[in-house]
Design a protein around this ligand. Structure first.
Ligand SMILES: [Zn+2]
Ligand SMILES: [Zn+2]
Length: 553
């Protein structure tokens, strides 16, 4: 058998996703009969430039133009009408998705990506501030969903203004996300509105599939820069996914967004004027759950808190717990239960905070061992991806004594692209932060380790060996995604597999999780015994605080 053909020059090899796509297209029945499809047997002739004056393939372009003309006629497109060839390319494309030759990012060929002027209209809404991230090349349906998730019903009245073009006037629809998404999918996108653009422009017959090889992401240097800075602005809310905490993260994220939108004028817990941001009363970095209850803190108070609790916070959390609500994640429960009653003032509240921080360091080191052993599907079950399948509504949302309150939260099943995107994003951030955790120079990290703890971790790994072949296969797939990909493709690849991650856990996962809980219970004993040690009692020096800031943000 012949060697696999190589594409691109050294140092500028074409992205493997793109080559896989080329092979798919060149062998697809839709493109059967494409003239000069293969060079010397097996290498695909992807390009047919217009400047060939001689040689065996000098007529390829002209022959392909004829092919496109016949193809257009066969699908009912008049080859004398305007843009007939790009219309044909878009219509016949078997998947309407294409990876970028340079970076591998898969984008839609339909008109789904907001242009700058659409993004500008969004930014002009009175309730949008800098903390609402502009995401590069976000699908219009995801953008609309995210707006509604963050800012609620008021968004619907702005949508006609945001989406209007000279050719398309949005209809009057009920303030229902589902109805809007259906209209966007069935009417708006097919109308190719001028304020949306496709993932790649058509250029038939230059390229085999009729599209530019570079997607919008890599179309020019300027775009690459924009892309990068937009990806960075994503970091505003990635923290909520970094610590492997439990809780209804969809409801909590939704409420966090609404605080900015609705309660911007409220004053801070300590009496300062707003604008305020959402403070998790129990910091998620200390293992508390990401749940829909926040207190309002102004910026200076929020950074002064710096992931440490006050007596007031601890008292509040114990009160919530008394109402049978889960305030702390499984991995930190044992330590919290051992020491929450020892907190009598702000100093002891800080002490418990520091103990919980070391509990987190230890947790992350244990999760890292499981990751290194390759049991990635098991880890993914901690991410509670099922929450993404619902959107939430709060009834009678208000702020009382600087804390959010509502009468009821309702969950509504949704089936949109956004579900998978949210799941993929949570997976990416959680796994990336696990892989990076000890790379960040955590000088101050104290990891608890004893023989007894290690043997519980061993027991966990042992249970995980019993996984089915399907799970082992999925483990390998996730490892592949994490090993090979740039940020632009990793979400895409997670999207393809997130629905295979089991929601109900098999017997060996249940056993493994129990062993892991046992390990964390032993960690809690060790840390709790340190309650009076210097490390936790002494006041933190400035350098400690500096270090924490680096670590947390
Ligand atoms: Zn690209
Ligand atoms: Zn304040």
């Amino acid at each position: 058998m012949a060697d696999k053909p190589k594409y691109g020059r050294k140092g500028q090899e074409w992205h493997p996703n793109f080559i896989e796509y080329m092979e798919f297209i060149a062998n697809h029945e839709v493109y059967q009969g494409m003239p000069d499809a293969f060079l010397d047997g097996n290498k695909i002739q992807w390009e047919s430039p217009s400047n060939r004056k001689s040689g065996k393939y000098k007529d390829t372009r002209r022959k392909r133009l004829d092919w496109w003309r016949r193809k257009g006629v066969s699908v009912g497109i008049d080859p004398n009408s305007t843009r007939w060839i790009s219309k044909t390319a878009r219509l016949i494309h078997p998947t309407k998705h294409k990876p970028c030759k340079r970076c591998g990012r898969v984008m839609e060929l339909r008109y789904v990506y907001p242009s700058n002027s659409l993004n500008k209209r969004v930014k002009q809404l009175s309730y949008i501030d800098d903390t609402f991230p502009v995401v590069a090349f976000e699908h219009i349906e995801s953008l609309v969903t995210r707006l509604v998730e963050s800012f609620g019903e008021q968004v619907f009245s702005a949508l006609p203004r945001i989406l209007r073009t000279s050719a398309i006037s949005p209809p009057e629809l009920e303030p229902k996300l589902e109805d809007w998404l259906r209209w966007i999918e069935e009417k708006y996108i097919p109308g190719e509105p001028s304020i949306l653009s496709p993932g790649a422009m058509s250029n038939a017959p230059d390229r085999f599939d009729g599209f530019h090889s570079f997607n919008q992401c890599c179309r020019s240097e300027a775009d690459r820069g924009r892309n990068k800075s937009n990806l960075q602005s994503y970091t505003t809310d990635r923290r909520v996914f970094e610590y492997w905490t439990e809780g209804d993260w969809i409801a909590a994220n939704r409420l966090m967004g609404q605080i900015r939108a609705i309660f911007g004028g409220e004053s801070c817990l300590n009496g300062h004027p707003g604008p305020c941001s959402a403070d998790h009363i129990g910091p998620i970095s200390l293992g508390f759950t990401h749940r829909p209850e926040f207190q309002l803190l102004c910026k200076p108070c929020n950074s002064a808190k710096n992931n440490r609790m006050t007596l007031r916070d601890v008292v509040h959390l114990k009160g919530v717990e008394a109402k049978r609500e889960k305030v702390i994640s499984w991995h930190s429960q044992a330590l919290w239960d051992k020491r929450k009653h020892s907190v009598a003032d702000d100093e002891t509240a800080r002490r418990l905070s520091k103990l919980l921080r070391d509990n987190r360091h230890t947790l992350m080191s244990i999760l890292r061992k499981i990751e290194k052993a390759g049991y990635l599907t098991f880890l993914a079950t901690f991410l509670e991806l099922q929450y993404a399948e619902y959107t939430v509504e709060f009834t009678n949302l208000k702020v009382e004594e600087h804390i959010t309150r509502f009468d009821e939260v309702s969950h509504i099943l949704r089936e949109t692209n956004y579900v998978k995107e949210q799941k993929a994003r949570r997976c990416r951030i959680a796994f990336e932060s696990l892989l990076d955790y000890f790379a960040k120079g955590t000088r101050n990290a104290f990891v608890v380790s004893t023989d007894a703890i290690n043997s519980k971790v061993e027991a966990t790994l042992c249970a995980l060996q019993q996984s089915s072949d399907t799970i082992k296969q999925l483990d390998l797939q996730i490892a592949d995604i994490l090993a090979n990909n740039s940020e632009t493709t990793i979400d895409e690849e997670f999207r393809a597999i997130v629905d295979s991650i089991p929601l109900t856990t098999s017997h060996n996962f249940v056993v493994a999780k129990q062993e892991l809980k046992n390990a964390m219970a032993l960690v809690a004993v060790e840390l709790s015994n340190q309650w009076n040690s210097d490390r936790y009692v002494r006041a933190e020096s400035d350098s400690d605080i500096q270090l924490e800031i680096k670590l947390e943000i």
